[in-house]
Design a protein around this ligand. Structure first.
Ligand code: CDP
Length: 230
């Protein structure tokens, strides 16, 4: 069957990665979490005390960053490697969430991330989630989905996910972090978060995982069938 590129964009914690993983599994596609790349860059900047506002320092630091994805048999998805080190868990910590949107707004960080993501799409058969995937990374993707969910539901979902590993975390902290990232992501100068004109909207506030997958797979089928030349 014809392989396509599927992009999933949207605000923080609206379930993009969950849906992207479900779709990749169902279609036997590769899932790429572009946010993990910006999170890993942020971890490197923290560990090496790189000032994200200093473009010269940022450009030099990026020369020393190698990002790869490594398939993890036990989770059935890929972990991110920063210079060969598995940082999949570490990049989900709040210290990263608190800084990642500022780092990701830097022009050189964006150019670095986008170039690597575009290379990953050369083979097609991928589902990539992020903020600017349908607008900047793959403007010609066959299927673009813009995922949304009610803000209160997004906070509740992320709080549940984080509190399992961070017993001290509060709902207010999570809510403030999501609001801050959404604001920075949608107002930044270089590839801000916005719905691509040709994206379809999926509001999953009241959908089960099965329901959201069903809707998305219907769109995939429509796209694949509509592109068959008779
Ligand atoms: O926490 P959540 O899963 O919603 O976010 P993420 O996908 O892990 O992305 C973390 C941050 O990386 C976002 O808040 C953005 O600032 C940045 N990002 C971006 O700028 N462009 C992307 N394509 C993906 C993420």
């Amino acid at each position: 069957m014809k392989k396509i590129i599927i992009t999933l964009d949207g605000y923080s914690s609206c379930g993009k990665s969950t849906l992207a993983k479900q779709m990749a599994r169902a279609l036997n596609y590769v899932f790429i979490d572009s946010g993990a790349m910006y999170r890993a860059i942020t971890l490197y900047f923290i560990e090496h005390a790189i000032d994200y506002t200093n473009d010269t320092a940022v450009q030099e630091a990026l020369k020393h960053i190698n990002l790869e994805f490594d398939y993890n048999e036990s989770t059935g998805t890929s972990d991110i490697l920063l210079n060969g080190r598995n940082v999949e868990n570490e990049i989900r910590e709040m210290r990263i969430s608190n800084l990642v949107s500022d780092v990701a707004a830097n022009q050189f960080v964006r150019e670095f991330g986008v170039a690597q993501q575009q290379k990953m799409g050369l083979q097609k058969g991928i589902v990539m989630d992020g903020r600017d995937i349908g607008t900047t990374v793959f403007p010609k993707a066959e299927l673009k989905i813009f995922v949304t969910a009610d803000p209160a539901i997004r906070v509740a979902r992320r709080y549940l996910e984080l509190s399992a590993k961070n017993p001290g975390i509060t709902k207010e902290e999570v809510q403030a972090n999501l609001a801050m990232r959404d604001e920075i992501d949608s107002t930044r100068e270089f590839s801000p978060l916005r719905k691509a004109d040709d994206a379809v909207v999926l509001d999953n506030s009241h959908l089960t995982r099965e329901e959201q997958l069903k809707t998305a797979l219907q769109w995939v089928n429509e796209k694949i069938n509509s592109e068959v030349v008779l």
